[in-house]
Design a protein around this ligand. Structure first.
Ligand code: PLP
Length: 415
């Protein structure tokens, strides 16, 4: 846990933040909802819902195509959203900000457009042991297409991936290193800046899966010096169906389009097509315009609270929840890295995680149970599944109390 960001509790009013999220006021099974599944998808504040609604009500038309007023308004909002994203992660320019459907599509884009034309049989793609399936399967697909080999740098029993271990697995055949910034299953924060350095030293490029990082900590892609950075709007208080690939302009320029269609072209004839400039070359077809508008509103919302304050708040919750859960008889924490984001995975002796999830749901407490799309992580820890509670800007200390209370109930049920 990060002790660097000491703040007085009064500086962050979690109750007030909680009230910004209309869905959190509802009940489930006659109980107040306690939403602890934000790592799977976070909820949206009223300001994001209103921004999307305003767009749909007053400004919708297709982008980049019409001279008419509505099309210009929609285009303006869409491109302003791109500029907002650029600033949020400090990308070099809006040419480096490609809108996709989400992290999964962003990684597939890099696998197919960057990696596929370059990889030779025997080349290596280095992942880490804690990746989400979205950062494994696209590489396996491109490995099967090219004869390249997928390898994984190990983690230790705490769920820590060390730079030394990553470096030890990079050799002259390694062309791509791809790693999470934050593990969704364990909460581990990876030393991405240092991994970029060791990858570059050996001539490999680095893709970072930032799905679990962008809502929780300041991400500066320039400072991280990564080549590609992927994330999803729906994990950062924005709508589903939209995400981002940030890529180094030089690399994006060299990459062929991935999908063909409208908007990604300059000219088309039956003999020859010329492609649009960046980032449009990678945005075939009508994009998710309202999603982009919602994402920009989500960034506005995060920045209105202050990312550092959100981070400090979540770290306090993590510390408190870790302490309280560790005291629950029979509970094993899975993932105990010293540097963690607001995710706690655990198992309880004698209760299958799915049963636990069902009992907690009856109490109104929504947690995630299963393999969290990280089956290799489950295999490593020798468990079929874990229960996972994850926190966000709107999580309150009382939500953790409710979790602990519900866990005690579950233990009563299972004797
Ligand atoms: N990577 C990580 C670390 C994730 O947690 C997730 C989603 O859970 C993804 C990738 C995939 O994100 P999406 O489903 O939004 O594409």
């Amino acid at each position: 846990m990060n002790a660097k960001l000491e703040m007085t509790p009064n500086e962050y009013d979690a109750e007030r933040v909680w009230r910004d999220f209309p869905i959190l006021r509802r009940e489930v099974h006659g109980r107040p909802l306690v939403y602890l599944d934000s790592a799977a998808s976070s909820q949206r504040p009223a300001s994001v819902i209103a921004a999307v609604d305003r767009y749909e009500t007053f400004h919708h038309a297709n982008v980049h195509r019409g001279v008419h007023q509505l099309s210009q308004e929609a285009t303006d909002l869409f491109e302003r959203a791109r500029a907002r994203v650029r600033g949020y992660v400090n990308a070099g320019s809006t040419r480096e900000v490609v809108f996709t459907r989400g992290t999964t599509e962003s990684i597939n884009l890099v696998a197919q457009s960057y990696a596929r034309p370059r990889l030779q049989p025997g080349d290596e793609i280095l992942l880490t042991a804690l990746e989400h399936h979205a950062n494994i399967v696209p590489w396996q697909l491109v490995a099967a297409q090219t004869g390249a080999v997928v390898k994984a740098a190990p983690m230790d029993r705490r769920g820590v991936v060390s730079v030394t271990d990553v470096a030890a697995h990079i050799n002259e055949r390694t062309k791509i290193v791809a790693c999470a910034h934050v593990s969704n299953a364990l909460g581990t924060v990876l030393p991405v800046r240092e991994i970029a350095q060791v990858a570059h030293d050996r001539g490999a490029v680095l893709l970072v899966d930032g799905a679990q990082a962008v809502p929780h900590q300041r991400v500066d892609v320039a400072a991280l010096d990564c080549d590609f950075y992927a994330f999803s709007s729906h994990k950062m208080y924005g709508p589903t169906g939209i995400g981002v690939l940030v890529g180094r302009e030089r690399l994006l320029e060299e990459m062929p389009p991935w999908q063909g269609g409208g908007d990604m072209i300059l000219t088309v004839s039956f003999e020859k097509t010329t492609f649009n400039t960046l980032p449009y070359k990678f945005e075939a077809g009508t994009p998710n315009i309202s999603g982009a508008v919602g994402l920009a509103a989500a960034i506005d919302y995060i920045e209105s609270l202050g990312l550092q304050k959100i981070h400090a708040h979540e770290q306090r919750l993590l510390e408190s929840a870790t302490r309280q859960l560790a005291a629950v008889p029979g509970l094993d924490l899975i993932g105990t890295a010293p540097d963690k984001a607001a995710v706690i995975s655990f198992t309880i002796d004698g209760i299958h995680p799915h049963d636990l999830g069902t009992i907690l749901d009856a109490e109104g407490v929504a947690i995630r149970t299963g393999h969290h799309c990280a089956m290799p992580v489950m295999e490593f820890f020798g468990v079929p599944a874990t229960a996972r509670a994850s926190f966000a800007c709107y999580t309150r200390e009382s939500d953790i109390d409710a979790l602990v209370h519900a866990l005690a109930k579950a233990r009563e049920v299972f004797g």
